[in-house]
Unconditional design. Sequence first.
Length: 826
Amino acid sequence: MRLIGVIVLALVALTWADGPLPFETEDVEILNAEAGDNNYRLPEDLDPISYDIEITPYFTEETTPPGKSQFSFDGTVSIVFKVIKPNLNSFVIHENVRLVEGVRLFKTENDAVVPLLSGRQFERDTDHQFLKIYLDTGTTLEVGAEYKLLVIYVGNINETPLSRGVFRGNYKDENGVTRWYLATHLQPTHSRQAFPSFDEPGFKSTFRITINRPTSFSPTYSNMPLEVSLNQGERTKEIFRETPRMSAYLVTFHVSDGFKVIADNDDKERPYRILARSNAEGQGKYALEIGTPITNWLSDYLKIDYYSMAKYLKNDQIASPYWASGATENWGLVTYSLHTLASATIYKLKPHALILLVEAYPELELDDQFNIMYVQSALSADSATSTRALQHTVNSPTEVTGHFSGISYSKGAAFLLMLKHLVSDDTFQQALYNFLDDRKYQHAFPSHLYDAFEKALSESKQEIKTTEGNNLDIKSFMSYWVLEQGYPVLNVNVNREAGTIALEQERFFVSPTATATQQVWPLPITYTTQSSPNWTDLSPVKVMNTKTDTLQNVPTDGWIVDDVFALMRSEKLSFQVGFQVLQFLEKDTSFYSWYPAISGFNWLRNSVNPNLRRHTFCEGLRAGDFEDWSFIFKRRQESNNQADEVAMLRALGCTKNDQARNEYLKNILTDDVKAQDRLNAFTFFYMGDQSNAKFALPFIKENVKEIEKAVVLPAWFQNIFANIAGYLDEEGLKEYETMLTSIQTEYPTAFTAGNSAIASARANIKWGSDKVEQIISVVDDLTPTTTPAPSSSEEPTTETPAPGSATVAFPATLMFLWTALAIILK
């Protein structure tokens, strides 16, 4: 939804979050940039005003005229810009297209041609993805004047969404006919693949898109509604209305043979539609039912109506069978992976938006879900010694991409939730409005957000005290949490005789050998007491801005579970004490206690997936023969539901039949498995059976070149060699070392990734060996020596599980302990 996107854009300088919920790490390796290299940044010499972009795509041979290449497009872009810096004899923009055929420059005042340097009108810097334009000798741009740059170029329709930019995909319709489509994924630095541009969020412009599609194709979709459609024989020219002022990476267009509207609210004033391939009819009903009220609620909460932000705004959601991440929030046309749209739309909202929706949908218990899924994942990601702050400088595309992580998504959202509790919901709401209204259609810096909260807090007449009794400086509070790495753990010491509780904060590291720091966070403290319990008011009593204080902090059960595992892992808490604390799980049926518990037990088993979590589908194939495997393989090929396809792909990896295993591995490298699923397909195979990883080694050795091509991304190619090590025993690791040595010269990155993973795998094996006696001791202590027989006089009781109950799904603590022990001993 675009209103959610507005929040994210406004906060981009703070968190750089750019993906849907749940967060997905971007895995694109674009350039080999050195950290801190600002040569990839555009100078602020020019200010772009508007773009006119025209695209003519070519698909298969039937739609490609002579002299043109299949899966390419012809493009022209006309950029009007204003000159900021004097005496410019040259200037630069971004481009990463196949071919630049020519450039021309005009002064918009009189449409006069500006002469360019003879023999060197432009230069392409492919290392930095720059297009440099050179003016004729003695010619300079006039400060304050407006110019129009025309670039004629040819672009690629990439094979997979993993390459971002403009890419292609296909699907089979209800008659089994293959149909093609073109889509765009321009976030965060890929508009330059679609058209030469000022490809940084700080440069904002309006955009008018024109698409010349094959007439046999379905109507094109873009950010704005269609204004004019002109049938020109084999091609139809579609001209879309001008967008609001926005960043170039928010541009999108979708050209297809068969996509259509599958759900529509039929409201011309506030249009909301679900778009998908032709045979997805009926799969958009829930997305429509939940999306419209969420949009309206957010409009009310933020006091900014989405549909009033610009003329002709629409709100389309489109599902794509091929997609590299969960979604991209392009203005007016949000694109999702297919299985994502078929599921609950609410779970694809930004974490920041989920914070706001806690009040809107209390029956969904989103506040509890947010804590266990996002706050706790933020704590995990931010506990490493190598973590980074929410805000840090990025310059190259690689650095930008590297910022897409749990720190940005989960910690950024957790920080905002903490801020909401600190200042109250009303003040938080007003601060967001101040910020969005002040910075609409402009770029924003963290200081703008700080100013908005300072203004809202001042207007509310609210005073927040620190440990020292002073009024809290909200700007200093926010900047500390944004600029500092990590987070504190609060050590609580109770002296019942003296009636005092001593608090001391220190930075928490999951590694027990990490060096302590002197960081002191401004830490909001809230607590409740047995005599006056209050579990709903989370406003702080004060902000602890010193190393020590004297207040009590009482967490919920879910927090207890997550904290116990974190403290055991960092060796701040013994296994004996930790598992004694966790004994309450035996009688606890709350989802919010068991979610972090399962995550914690997963850590105990050193990331080896036990059969307890396998679906019966997987178990059936593991025990079945090649005929059984072939049946599911065929069903997967016939499926038109992406979620089912992935589920069956995972199940197919569970086979122990050698013929089926060979077929599975060969199939990964074919078009039958989508490019974005190939890395997971290998992992599914390793997870499917404990013998599969070793079985895969000869195949990987013989097909390294084909694997490198199939997975597309260098980072994913390295992951193929990193992931397998965690599923090998010592014998398998030795065999793997030999294999890596044989490919070291030709594939040095694979060799490095594999050997690093082998070291980690051996460290995990050692950890299990070192801790097994402790686990056995704890299990012995917690296991009752006798089990009382039930009384025949007692009638069995029936208890209705509470919402979110784990009664049916999860057994008691000891079974998980025995499972962890069995896997360590395995």
